[in-house]
Design a protein around this ligand. Structure first.
Ligand SMILES: NC(=O)c1ccc[n+]([C@@H]2O[C@H](COP(=O)([O-])OP(=O)(O)OC[C@H]3O[C@@H](n4cnc5c(N)ncnc54)[C@H](OP(=O)(O)O)[C@@H]3O)[C@@H](O)[C@H]2O)c1
Length: 294
């Protein structure tokens, strides 16, 4: 896979360990393409398709998605808009849960459910094999440290051996669960909740960086609850940019194994977010931003 031109390339590239998949560190998360509360059809499907096309034009080569979103809406939009896919595009999906008819989020880590989810993703994304699948552990709200990851990971390994999945990632996991998972199959990425304000995973990020494993923070801009901090406002003002760009630039400078996947349903925000790949924060700004998390 060759370098992709365009502004998304400005933050450099990352190769997932033990794979031939390399992506720009600036990626895109598709969750915001579903309807309100990530449920149902989007209010402006044409804008959603335009966002996906513009992402390709700006050099995005890593899209994070899931059948959770809609459900099925973002996967369908991606396939409708982008298939047959550009050769250099890496689609990453996640399994481990489902939506009920009221939009509630439910988890299921049984091997049968995981297999059905992979089969559904293959069909909806129009793929013969999914480049990377994240096993989404935990509850809807976050980590479940006591939950056993062995059986679901065995199911993931089996699907990898059968060729349905090329590589495995894990999401919403503790560092202990990461270690257990690694004893069962190679892990190429970990996707957890992390951003400028929510920094529970600082030590895990260092550990994964030492092993060359990608860390992909979800809610990089705060997700459903956009965060606020006076220092962030001040830094954005001093640099004549937005708090979202500062937040993304901070993540990209935080560690070389961090890949960002900010979500948006608008082309204007997409352009702003991707431009953050080229925003360099100086020592003074980094020091002040680091202090926000206390
Ligand atoms: N593994 C997991 O359990 C999990 C959980 C959540 C998310 N994810 C993944 O992580 C990705 C990123 O998370 P996220 O989308 O939930 O949250 P996020 O990227 O932290 O924030 C998205 C929110 O910020 C707004 N936004 C984006 N760019 C903006 C800008 N430049 N200026 C102002 N507002 C902006 C979006 O609204 P607009 O649409 O109006 O731009 C949306 O409301 C998701 O797309 C999904 O792929 C994974």
């Amino acid at each position: 896979m060759n370098n992709v031109p365009g502004p998304a390339a400005a933050a450099g590239r990352f190769t997932f360990p033990g794979t031939d998949i390399s992506v720009n560190r600036m990626g895109y998360g598709a969750m915001q393409l579903a309807g309100p509360h990530v449920f149902g059809e989007p209010e402006d499907p044409e804008e959603c398709r335009a966002v996906l096309k513009e992402a390709m034009a700006l050099g995005i080569d890593h899209i994070d998605t899931s059948d959770f979103y809609g459900p099925y809406v973002t996967n369908r939009l991606i396939a409708e808009t982008l298939a047959p896919y550009p050769e250099n595009l890496t689609l990453v999906t996640k399994i481990g849960g489902w939506r009920d008819e009221k939009g509630g989020w439910n988890m299921n880590h049984s091997p049968d459910f995981l297999r059905k989810s992979v089969e559904d993703n293959l069909e909806r994304l129009k793929l013969d094999r999914i480049p990377i699948v994240n096993l989404r552990m935990g509850s809807v709200d976050g980590f479940s440290p006591d939950e056993e990851i062995e059986a679901p990971m065995e199911a993931m390994r089996k699907m990898q051996e059968e060729g349905l999945i090329a590589h495995i990632g894990i999401s919403t996991v503790t560092s202990d669960q990461v270690k257990i998972a690694q004893g069962i199959a190679a892990i190429v990425c970990v996707q957890n909740h992390y951003n400028l304000i929510h920094r529970t995973d600082d030590a895990l990020i260092e550990d994964l960086a030492g092993q060359g494993i990608a860390y992909v923070p979800y809610f990089p801009l705060g997700g459903f609850l956009p965060y606020q901090a006076d220092i962030l406002d001040q830094v954005a003002h001093e640099l004549d940019t937005s708090i979202q760009q500062v937040s993304l630039a901070w993540l990209l400078q935080r560690s070389p194994n961090i890949l960002v996947i900010p979500g948006t349903s608008s082309r204007a925000h997409l352009r702003q977010n991707i431009a953050a790949a080229d925003l360099k924060l100086g020592e003074d700004h980094l020091k002040r931003l680091d202090a926000i998390a206390g």
